[in-house]
Write a protein that binds this ligand. Structure first.
Ligand code: ADP
Length: 144
């Protein structure tokens, strides 16, 4: 197993529901280490780049406006197999299909918004993690 660093975003629903500390605690208790942490407001430019893979889909404008409802929190987390383990702890995209005990299963929307209001984003591959860490953290903002 290799140590990896991945990007997690606490989405506006996480921040609005007051879950920032609780969700972070789950990841820290799972053994991950914080290498970078910041709060920011997402811009259209940032979201167009971050969500380029869904930008042509009909629900994208709704996702874009959701992601600007409140500030978000960006985290660089390090640990063994972090990329896949962080996503396992998060659960699948649709919160209504996420198992209880996962972050999305426990805190994500269970209504018609369950595919969108799903608490966190997490990088899904080493390539995505490298690009996304660079997108959200400047030089010197991810610590050793
Ligand atoms: P994930 O965040 O689980 O990697 P995707 O990369 O497929 O999922 O989608 C990016 C984000 O777009 C999701 O986390 C969710 O907020 C939103 N999304 C995905 N599919 C839908 C959908 N069918 N309707 C509304 N929002 C969606």
């Amino acid at each position: 197993m290799a140590s990896e660093t991945t990007l997690i975003l606490f989405k506006p629903d996480c921040v609005q529901k007051g879950l920032t500390g609780l969700v972070l605690d789950r990841y820290l208790k799972a053994g991950f280490r914080i290498r970078g942490l910041k709060m920011l407001e997402a811009t259209d430019e940032l979201l167009n780049e971050h969500y380029a893979h869904i930008a042509s889909l009909p629900f994208f404008p709704e996702v874009q406006s959701f992601m600007k409802e409140a500030p978000i929190v960006a985290l660089a987390l390090e640990g063994e197999d972090a990329i896949s383990r962080v996503r396992d702890i998060l659960g699948p995209t649709d919160s209504s299909e996420a198992a209880s005990g996962t972050i999305r299963g426990d805190f994500g929307a269970k209504d018609g918004d369950s595919k969108m209001r799903n608490i966190c984003h997490a990088s899904d591959s080493p390539e995505a993690a490298a690009a996304e860490l660079k997108r959200f953290f400047g030089e010197g903002e991810v610590f050793a």
